[in-house]
Design a protein around this ligand. Structure first.
Ligand code: ZN
Length: 432
């Protein structure tokens, strides 16, 4: 292993809920955690007051390359990821061309390795061209250099029950998982905002909770029927949490994610018709937010995933009806989770490490050892200052796009440093 990364002494960080400790990094690995003397020649990073978390893993990122490099590239998106404390992202397949062949997923995987800011795990499309009619070559993508294990038509729902069943059956051969964007298309034709008091008041076509819940219920049953693994993308309603809780109680292999924005924001923000709050699935009600937080706290929802969805200004700053769905999120995710989950007492930092590193790595079949801070493991970690607080300014973000719904909000926390296998990708809050 290369020694060019050098030796680092991270002084006085708190590994999760433990007391302050010195972390020594050597040859890309965590050499020790304790309070020994500084190793000779070590670069020292004063981490007093900082929390040390395992490098975060995002199961749901849109990097937009190939095809929409005006919105994001693999390089800019992974820079944003590193600045947010992530050391691995799963890149969604709805690119142009769609990531539905071994060739495209290998291209994205290589771009990630060249950029070097974090690991990029391409997600393969379930159906050819996201067309929803024929299965893509899942096996070829699984056997490619990108070693795809997560398959999703995200952006669209695999609404055909027979296709969904076949995909679930197919991925069993290589322990894959189908990540479903649960949206019954007929129930959401033209839908713009959560169906309820707010959509009625604003005259926007409603997006009923049942459109999500019906697909999740069906897919849980299908997964149980074929004995496969289902992951539910961006859960947004209280009813969805109930269904997933029920499926898990049966012992079925169902996992789920929630986005930072669904943990903090509600549909009332749409009152000014600002499309920065337009997202799929839509922002819901305070009761849904409370249920999502509770579900994440009790483990019904396994993890936080950003659904980072960058869009250029011309696609986003238009009339509500014509604006693109989606929000950026990589650079604010951990801060939003602190605001919604930690500062509210629902989750401690060990819980955050579990929901943002350990569990998403497991669900995403990320190869290598467990995401944890322990001697001998790869030094992929994040140093985070929970006492910082400032106003979100998307113009300062590394993402090529500016569509953050948190702009202008005061949020706690600051990612101070990120290390990827011993090499700093972020130092002092800036790209290293
Ligand atoms: Zn989606």
């Amino acid at each position: 292993m290369s020694t060019s990364q050098g030796v680092w002494l991270i002084r006085g960080a708190r590994p999760l809920d433990g007391g302050p400790a010195d972390i020594v990094i050597r040859d890309g690995l965590i050499d020790s955690i304790g309070d020994g003397p500084a190793p000779p020649g070590a670069q020292v990073l004063d981490a007093a007051g900082l929390i040390a978390l395992p490098g975060l893993v995002d199961l749901h990122t849109h990097l937009r390359e190939p095809g929409r490099e005006d919105a994001e590239t693999v390089a800019s998106g992974t820079q944003a990821a590193a600045l947010g404390g992530f050391t691995a992202v799963h890149a969604m397949a709805n690119t142009d061309p769609v990531a539905d062949t071994a060739g495209v997923v290998e291209q994205i995987w290589r771009l990630g390795r060249q950029a070097g800011h974090c690991d990029v795990h391409p997600v393969g499309a379930v159906t050819l061209g996201l067309g929803g009619t024929r299965l893509a070559e899942l096996g070829a993508m699984a056997e490619s250099a990108a070693r795809v294990r997560v398959f999703s038509d995200d952006g669209r729902c695999v609404s055909d029950a027979v296709l969904m069943r076949r995909a679930l059956e197919y991925v069993k051969a290589f322990d894959g998982v189908v990540a479903q964007h649960a949206q019954e298309p007929r129930l959401t034709d033209g839908a713009q905002l959560n169906e309820g008091e707010m959509s009625g008041r604003l005259g926007l076509t409603g997006w009923p909770a049942v459109a999500e819940e019906a697909v999740i219920a069906r897919d849980c049953l299908l997964t149980a029927h074929v004995g496969s693994a289902l992951h539910v993308c961006h859960v947004s309603t209280a009813g969805s949490v109930e269904i997933i809780r029920w499926a898990k109680s049966k012992g079925w292999r169902v996992s789920a994610e929630v986005t930072p924005h669904h943990l903090l924001l509600t549909d009332s923000l749409a009152a000014g018709y600002d499309p920065v709050y337009k997202v799929n699935p839509p922002l819901r009600t305070p009761a849904d937010v409370a249920a999502l937080r509770e579900g994440l706290a009790d483990g019904t929802i396994d993890c936080v995933a950003t659904d980072h969805a960058p869009h250029p200004v011309e696609d986003k700053e238009t009339e509500w009806d014509t604006a693109a769905f989606g929000m950026t999120g990589l650079e604010t995710a951990l801060r939003v989770v602190q605001e919604a989950m930690v500062d509210t007492g629902l989750l401690d930092w060990a819980g955050v490490a579990d929901r943002m590193a350990r569990r998403p790595a497991r669900i995403g079949r990320v190869p290598g050892p467990e995401r944890a801070l322990a001697t001998g493991l790869p030094a992929s970690l994040t140093l985070y200052d929970p006492s910082a607080r400032d106003t979100v300014d998307p113009r300062a973000h590394a993402s090529r796009s500016r569509n953050s719904p948190f702009r202008g909000m005061k949020l706690p926390g600051r990612v101070v440093a990120t290390f990827l296998r011993g090499t700093p990708t972020v130092l002092d809050g800036k790209l290293a």
